[in-house]
Design a protein around this ligand. Structure first.
Ligand SMILES: Cc1cc2nc3c(=O)[nH]c(=O)nc-3n(C[C@H](O)[C@H](O)[C@H](O)COP(=O)(O)O)c2cc1C
Length: 313
């Protein structure tokens, strides 16, 4: 398959494994890159020294292109960016911040920059900031999201109409048929998160992977909009948040309820009650934990089958 995204990154299939805190280290990223997609190391949960080790291990594990996702809301951003440049990483996906801040520095150092957005407004700002491509992430997606609740089906055509640079669709994509659907709407590639959480190579806790596989329709919700909106699985922590809202919680109350390291506690340490369990709506369609390469190859087979089906209509 060849298009603007495969050419931009030098990959075989326009499938990007999303950068995900506590989930996407070098093992997952290199497995996806070796299988022909683009693997991303999620730097959001890594101290600078940890990121350094993951990049070096990824470089040893694959000779294919891979990238690093950097959410721009954590401390040590300068150090993370320095390490990325020093170690010769060629692709960076930034999220949760202003794309103007780091894009010129990264591009001056020969790095392809992609920024993640959840609205047309920020897609236009990213294009203005000079990024090489954008990820347009719909309301279904796992993890942090926008406040406007724009679904992938609505966001992609809206962005496509106004944006000239390549568009990568995200949110609710776990199959080749969903991939084809977003490409029909104008996406040049897809970023897949939740599906890769339930992979052998993901560093997420086995109990969390199992929880994802067991999740049903309606088991996730986008909440904590006053802080940073996040889609998570309904568990005890989620119920405590709902109770806090019912009691008229202020922003400060929510910050104190969230506390520190909630996502680590759930996703990485496996506390299914008190942890923040970030996952997308599409979890309800995920039925098994598989090797990352199988997930990718299944998606390509489904994509080809879906294309044939459409041609037969
Ligand atoms: C467990 C988890 C952690 C995530 N962490 C990040 C992150 O660190 N940075 C980021 O830009 N997006 C993060 N996301 C969002 C993903 O990058 C991706 O855009 C999203 O999962 C796509 O939607 P899907 O889950 O429906 O596939 C996370 C998502 C999940 C499920």
């Amino acid at each position: 398959m060849q298009n603007r995204i495969t050419e931009l990154f030098g990959i075989k299939y326009p499938i990007i494994q999303a950068g995900m805190i506590w989930t996407s280290g070098w093992r997952l990223a290199s497995a996806v890159s070796n299988a022909g997609g683009l693997g991303l190391i999620g730097a959001g949960s890594m101290y600078p020294q940890v990121l350094r080790e993951h990049i070096q291990k990824c470089q040893q594990a694959t000779d294919k292109p891979f990238g690093v996702n950097v959410p721009m809301l954590y401390p040590d951003l300068d150090k993370l960016m320095e390490i990325i440049v020093e170690l010769g990483v060629k692709i960076v996906f930034t999220s949760a911040g202003n794309p103007k801040t780091w894009t010129p520095y990264l591009q001056e150092n020969g790095i392809t920059v992609v920024h993640v957005v959840s609205s047309l407004k920020f897609a236009l700002k990213s294009q203005e900031a000079g990024v090489d491509a954008i990820v347009a992430e719909g309301f279904e997606a796992g993890g942090h999201n926008g406040r406007d609740e724009t679904t992938t089906l609505t966001l992609i055509p809206a962005v496509k109409e106004k944006i000239d640079i390549p568009v990568i669709a995200a949110g609710g994509i776990a199959t080749g048929a969903a991939m084809l659907a977003t490409m029909v709407l104008g996406a040049d590639g897809v970023q897949v998160g939740s599906r890769f959480v339930a992979s052998d190579e993901a560093s997420s806790h086995p109990l969390f992977k199992q929880k994802v596989v067991e999740a049903g329709e309606g088991d996730t919700h986008l909440t904590l909009k006053e802080l940073a909106p996040v889609r998570l699985i309904k568990n005890k922590f989620y119920n405590d948040v709902q109770q806090a809202y019912a009691n008229g919680a202020t922003k400060e109350d929510l910050i104190s309820l969230l506390g520190r390291a909630r996502a680590k506690r759930g996703i990485f340490e496996g506390d299914m009650e008190e942890g923040e369990l970030e996952i997308g709506q599409v979890a309800s369609l995920i039925k098994s934990i598989k090797p990352a390469a199988t997930i990718l190859n299944d998606m390509i087979t489904e994509f080809e089958e879906a294309k044939k089906f459409i041609a037969s209509l």
